[in-house]
Design a protein around this ligand. Structure first.
Ligand code: ADP
Ligand code: ZN
Length: 519
């Protein structure tokens, strides 16, 4: 694992890079000048913060928005990183502290407002501290034609020269060609930097999710339809990689299992075979893929729910690198969700991180149970807008039927509120269904007005409704209280009758059907 990847987890608490970040960080680490264009919210800051941490010395960050700078400094400090800002709004104490940290070489990131660059003292300071890297945030501000033009940004080129052509990373969300050319001219003295301009969309990848009812049969059917092509089937456990590889083998596929429990030789052997042979299926845990660079992987399936949208994107992204069509399928079921929640709750991470992990899982469930174009939902998560339909996702090809779920949602919300936001899905469903279980009687919940108002739906239908409500982030399980559900702000308008709510009919019907076929 690279140092940057390790710090990504240990300092920032992110399990994975977002699209584009890793390539940019790698280029910066390799000492290149970089121009990175990424949508707002795409995660630009990390692209210079990580390299700042892996190198000696201080990284100078020029950023035009004081409020944003202060937020970043606060967040970095909270993560244990020595960062400081010199802005017109810094208090004398803050400035003092920043200088002190600079002087004993502790400071890793120094944020500076562009106005500061004009001061003679600044030039002197910078010549003395000799920054190891210069990051220019909102680099489009250097463009005189843009609406954000900052005259002080024109000094950055000068500053670079004064610092002996210091390595520079320029970042912006503005992608038009003129602005880009102007950045290269004014910031990089016309010496072309390594440029990263890539939308996150991978149009050749077909996106699909399916509720997991018979995973083995579903994965076999998916692979059978792509017989003779190279594919990866990601699994959550070692045991699952083995059973699926065996099942695929029996069905006439050439399949291998791959996981961290295998000895290094077998792993290397599997990687080499996959790389060289055509039509091999590897059933793997996430340990597989880092070192694999095979352009013609034609499909990626997830037999189990991935960890986050970031992981999902990275894993499906291994397919179709050659640009030719490639298919993806992700299975998800209530057991996956429960397992992931338990893993998060039982981890040693601090409370805040657990909450963030739950929110990330919710976002993934939201993608799984998206109502319309999955590509749009996926790209929106990374801050990129997209005009649907893509006609290359399951939801565009077969739009799910929606129904007015306002009343069902209100009943669910009411059960949550009347029990003090203190119970999990199982108990809430018992109340809605009017099941006088011991727990229900003990708590007196059989006397609630909500008791039995949901008799018209089966237990599994209600579970499916709660899943969607979680996916839509209207209700959230509280990890501190054993997954007790509470309402989010977004639920209030629905509760007050000011907003209506659509739910997917198919997943609820499917849940009902699955329950009926159980013995
Ligand atoms: P930008 O500057 O591109 O608008 P930021 O750097 O402010 O974006 O990041 C946007 C959000 O994405 C922040 O909340 C940040 O914590 C989050 N983020 C960045 N990188 C990752 C990652 N690898 N995994 C998860 N979240 C990330
Ligand atoms: Zn679509």
């Amino acid at each position: 694992m690279t140092e940057a990847r390790r710090l990504l987890g240990s300092v920032f608490g992110f399990p994975d890079f977002r699209p584009g970040q890793e390539e940019i960080v790698t280029a910066v680490e390799a000492g290149r000048n970089v121009l990175a264009i990424m949508p707002t919210g795409g995660g630009k800051s990390l692209c210079y913060q990580l390299p700042a941490l892996t190198r000696a010395g201080v990284t100078l960050v020029v950023s035009p928005l004081i409020a944003l700078m202060r937020d970043q400094v606060r967040a970095l400090r909270a993560a244990g990183v020595a960062a400081g800002a010199l802005t017109s709004q810094s208090t004398p104490e803050e400035t003092e502290e920043t200088f002190a940290a600079l002087d004993d070489g502790r400071l890793k990131l120094l944020y500076m407002a562009p106005e500061r660059l004009a001061a003679g003292a600044t030039a002197q300071l910078l010549r003395r501290i000799r920054p190891a890297l210069l990051a220019v945030d909102e680099a489009h501000c250097v463009s005189q034609w843009g609406h954000d033009f900052r005259p002080d940004y024109l000094r950055i080129g000068e500053l670079r020269r004064a610092l002996g052509g210091i390595q520079t990373v320029a970042l912006t969300a503005t992608a038009d060609e003129e602005t880009r050319a102007e950045i290269v001219r004014r910031l990089f003295d016309d010496q072309a930097p390594a440029s990263f301009l890539r939308g996150f969309d991978r149009p050749n990848l077909t996106l699909g999710f399916a509720p997991k009812d018979e995973p083995r049969r579903q994965i076999l059917a998916f692979a059978d339809a792509r017989r003779g092509q190279s594919g990866i089937v990601y699994c959550a456990s070692r045991a699952r990689t083995e059973t699926l590889a065996t099942a695929l083998g029996q069905a006439g596929h050439t399949a291998l299992a791959y996981h961290a429990g295998l000895d290094p030789d077998s792993r290397r052997h599997a990687e080499t075979r996959f790389q060289r042979e055509d039509g091999l299926v590897v059933c793997a845990t996430i340990a597989f893929g880092m070192g694999v660079d095979k352009p013609d992987i034609r499909y990626v399936a997830h037999a189990d729910l991935p960890k986050s949208i970031e992981s999902y994107y990275q894993e499906i992204g291994r397919a179709g690198r050659d640009g030719a069509p490639a298919d993806t399928l992700t299975l998800y079921g209530p057991d996956d969700i429960r397992l992931r929640r338990t893993q998060i709750d039982e981890s040693a991470a601090p409370m805040e991180r657990k909450q963030a992990d739950h929110a990330r899982l919710n976002a993934l469930l939201g993608l799984a149970e998206a109502h319309r174009c999955r590509r749009k939902t996926l790209l929106a998560y990374f801050g990129e807008s997209y005009e649907p339909p893509c006609n290359n996702c399951d939801l565009c090809r077969q739009p799910p039927k929606l129904f007015d779920g306002t009343e069902a949602a209100r009943k669910a919300f009411s059960a949550i509120l009347r029990t003090g936001e203190s119970f999990g899905v199982g108990h809430l469903v018992d109340i809605l269904r009017g099941e006088a279980t011991d727990k229900v009687k003990l708590r007196g919940h059989d006397r609630l007005p909500t008791f039995g108002v949901g008799r018209d739906r089966s237990k599994s239908e209600w579970q499916a409704i709660f899943r969607q409500l979680m996916g839509l982030d209207l209700v959230r399980p509280d990890p501190e209280r054993h997954g007790a559900l509470r309402l989010t702000e977004a639920a209030r308008p629905v509760l007050r009758g000011e907003a209506s709510l659509e739910l997917r009919a198919d997943s609820i019907a499917r849940a009902a059907k699955a329950a009926r076929s159980e013995p």
